[in-house]
Design a protein around this ligand. Structure first.
Ligand code: ZN
Length: 460
């Protein structure tokens, strides 16, 4: 009953909601540039005031960097959700590539429908306001929030979040909830709402293989002298076998097969692997044989050589036999793969390719495990159903090839399962000139959260 009225109110309140978003977008909260610290503070204040106007107990919390915003709703019943978003934005340069002023957001008609254009419209002010507006609509129509809600906004997401982990550790108790919600991701297709449930982890290694004690002339020493670049290319060339599998010992330990229901959701997507590759000048998937492009991107681990150098790379030619070869290598991890085990297996692999006169030095290595959400937690299916009711296509559980550290922090520090639900589209140009957010995403995003909150409020 109430939900229908809330949705009607959201439709009627669109212009006002948009005006509020435009107001927030005017604040130049670029977190990485100290010159804009005052603006970041202003954005935090704006959000505190706005949340207070909806009845939240909201406050700005100082950190050594930009402030956090914490807020708690007045409803004490129902599933307790903790919502996360970030109010800081990326710098706007190169300014000359913008068609309009980045901090004077305007509505614009495009062939794909109306958009709001401006820095932060999609990442992440427009997205976080979808949730705030859904709360406002519930409060306005029914006099209270539908379920127990806490809100956590960060102002340093675009500058590596230096204060985030210390803050979360210090405020663990206040961040407790039943489930965390994050609105900072996109939709897999324009009409298919998506819940990210798996994020790949990563192991990185930078290292040098050393052979002769100094650079040699290949005319005088070539033949008897081992060339570390040859050793390096053999070692890295052996990282994959001819079927595209990574050859490290135990590498696939903890790599799960997709649950059948998720595999089916992915098979039903319109995603065209060929088109995806064609757009970047490729035609043949280079991952493991027998895996779809989506699996390769979301649910399978990888090994990549990110950089490899040594010897003479300048203009002209120099017949050097170099003393050193260098490389940066990274692995994307999935499932329960253990970063320490992958790092150890990689070092063993390199070692096994080292001839007698070569040594290896590691300059830096680091590892983070993958995040996997417990999709059997009842909140996931409730949210997916709520999204399916709003959009043309059914909601899907998707993966994300990259990493979103906050999701892992909620799991590791607070012990919370996290649902990443976002309404951004691939062509939103986040972090680039002319960033935009579809008005349709903004509108249906608000309606989606109204439905999700309603679904989560029903505890049985
Ligand atoms: Zn973001």
């Amino acid at each position: 009953m109430s939900l229908e009225k809330v949705l009607v109110h959201i439709d009627a309140d669109q212009d006002a909601a948009l005006a509020r978003l435009i107001d927030l977008l005017k604040i130049e909260s670029i977190s990485t540039d100290p010159a804009y610290a005052g603006e970041c503070d202003k954005a935090a204040d704006w959000l505190v005031d706005d949340l207070k106007s909806i009845g939240f107990d909201a406050s700005k919390r100082p950190t050594p960097g930009h402030p956090m915003v914490m807020a708690h709703g007045d409803q004490t019943d129902g599933t307790h959700v903790l919502f996360y978003g970030h109010y800081d934005v990326q710098p706007v340069d190169p300014l000359e590539l913008w068609n309009a002023a980045p901090f004077d957001a305007k509505i614009e008609d495009t062939p794909n429908g109306p958009v709001i254009r401006g820095r932060g419209s999609s990442d992440d002010k427009g997205q976080l306001m979808t949730f705030v507006e859904a709360c406002r609509a519930w409060k306005t129509v029914t006099g209270s929030l539908p379920t127990k809600i806490s809100i956590f906004f960060e102002g340093e997401e675009e500058s590596s979040s230096p204060s985030l982990v210390p803050y979360m550790n210090e405020n663990k108790d206040e961040l407790q909830a039943d489930v965390a919600l994050i609105c900072d991701t996109g939709m897999v297709e324009p009409n298919t709402p998506s819940i990210v449930t798996m994020l790949r982890g990563m192991v990185k290694a930078e290292f040098t293989i050393t052979g002769p004690s100094k650079d040699l002339h290949s005319g005088m020493y070539g033949g008897p002298s081992i060339n570390p670049l040859r050793v390096m290319s053999q070692a890295l060339g052996a990282l994959h076998d001819e079927t595209g599998r990574v050859t490290l010992e135990g590498f696939y330990d903890g790599v799960p097969e997709l649950p059948a229901n998720v595999a089916e959701q992915w098979n039903n997507l319109d995603f065209d692997g060929d088109k995806f590759l064609n757009e970047v000048g490729l035609s043949k998937p280079a991952g493991e044989d027998g895996r779809s492009v989506l699996e390769m991107l979301w649910s399978r681990p990888t090994a990549e050589i990110n950089g490899m150098w040594g010897g003479y790379t300048g203009e002209g030619f120099k017949t050097v036999l170099p003393s050193e070869a260098n490389a940066k290598v990274s692995f994307r991890l999935v499932g329960q793969q253990d970063p320490d085990q992958v790092e150890a297996a990689f070092k063993k692999h390199i070692e096994s390719h080292l001839p007698e006169d070569c040594t290896v030095t590691y300059h830096s290595t680091s590892g983070d495990s993958a995040s996997n959400m417990a999709i059997d937690h009842p909140a996931f299916e409730k949210a997916r159903n709520a999204l399916s009711n709003e959009w043309a296509n059914e909601g899907v559980f998707v993966g994300c090839g990259g990493s979103i550290p906050i999701a892992g922090h909620f799991q590791d520090i607070v012990g919370l399962e996290t649902m990443l639900i976002g309404f951004a589209q691939d062509d939103d140009s986040i972090h680039s000139p002319n960033e935009k957010y579809d008005l349709r995403s903004f509108h249906k995003g608000i309606r989606s959260w109204a439905r999700i909150l309603d679904a989560l409020s029903q505890t049985e």
